[in-house]
Design a protein around this ligand. Structure first.
Ligand SMILES: C[S@@+](CC[C@H](N)C(=O)[O-])C[C@H]1O[C@@H](n2cnc3c(N)ncnc32)[C@H](O)[C@@H]1O
Length: 288
């Protein structure tokens, strides 16, 4: 691992390591080579700005439906157990279209619920100066830079993603903004890539359902969080009979099932933050 306080961007090939004021780098294989363009419409929980009728991609699930699913869980409908692995199709667009500006148009756009409510989502985290936090599945860094500002120069933010080009993009944004407390970490589908007990808080926004091997990943996530530290999972509400077909295809579980598998991995459920979002749930967990 490179030194923690290098002030310039560093790229080591074939291992990718990017530096913004300080360095974090975990070695993983390079992404699959790009394939030819796929004519299918892009279907992603973050919404698709390039399809003719984006409105049909809006989910219809409500908090009421979520509560229904929640009570089913309490009645034993979603028993805790190791989650199944997910096919790589869930992430193939990110491997195929390695253009962060294209993804920024999709992730950082008005009308995307988590973008419209990004400041309120950050308020829920109750961040304090000096904290060490991780933005896991950081993408184009919608939350990363704001997290870095909130934890201040004594704090640290790990921007974690499996795609090197997203990390590179965040590194460039951070340098432009003069933020030196962001560390870029390349994860794998089996591990978040953070040292044991190294972070106070993890935010996973629209990212948990992208984890392809959730059982292994959750174990690494639990280990990376300090005892008493917290995990916030923000993700789409997908409920049979309530949500649209594309969403049910894309999101593999109900909020209750996601909660059950995260608890099954050893996290303690703290609370559901309700009343802010309609299309997404916000669950807070703690490492006991
Ligand atoms: C829909 S984007 C969300 C980006 C950002 N959190 C946001 O809300 O704008 C999902 C991100 O998760 C990343 N991802 C997929 N699997 C991952 C994993 N196992 N660990 C970390 N990031 C992962 C993808 O590369 C992508 O950047």
């Amino acid at each position: 691992m490179l030194g923690r306080l290098r002030p310039v961007l560093v790229r080591v090939v074939p291992t990718v390591c990017l530096v913004v004021g300080s360095v974090g780098c975990r070695s993983v294989p390079d992404p699959a080579p790009s394939r030819s363009p796929d004519p299918r419409p892009i279907i992603d929980a973050a919404g698709e700005p390039f399809v003719a009728e984006p409105a049909k991609d809006e989910p219809t699930a409500t908090a009421e439906a979520e509560a229904e699913a929640e009570s089913k869980t309490e009645a034993g409908a979603a028993e805790p157990g190791p989650p199944h692995d997910v096919g790589g199709e869930i992430n193939e667009r990110y491997a195929e279209q390695q253009n962060p500006r294209r993804w920024a148009l999709q992730f950082e756009r008005e009308g995307r619920e988590v973008f419209d409510h990004r400041d309120q989502i950050l308020d829920l985290l109750a961040l304090r100066e000096g904290m060490t936090v991780a933005d896991v599945g950081a993408g184009t860094g919608l939350f990363t830079l704001a997290l870095a500002e909130r934890v201040g120069s004594r704090g640290r933010v790990h921007a974690v993603d499996v795609q090197a080009y997203f990390l590179d993009h965040i590194g460039q944004k951070a340098r432009k903004a003069g933020l030196r407390n962001i560390e870029l970490v390349r994860a794998t589908q089996d591990s978040v890539g953070l040292p044991e007990a190294s972070v106070d808080l993890v935010l996973m926004c629209d990212a948990y359902h992208h984890v392809e091997r959730p059982a292994a990943y959750l174990a690494s996530l639990l280990a990376a969080i300090r005892p008493g530290g917290r995990l916030f999972v923000v993700d789409y509400i997908a409920i049979e009979g309530k949500s649209e077909a594309w969403l049910l295809d894309h999101i593999r579980a109900t909020p209750a099932e996601f909660r059950a598998e995260i608890e099954g991995a050893g996290f303690a459920f703290v609370r559901a933050h309700e009343g802010l979002l309609e299309q997404n749930f916000v669950y807070e967990f703690e490492r006991p």
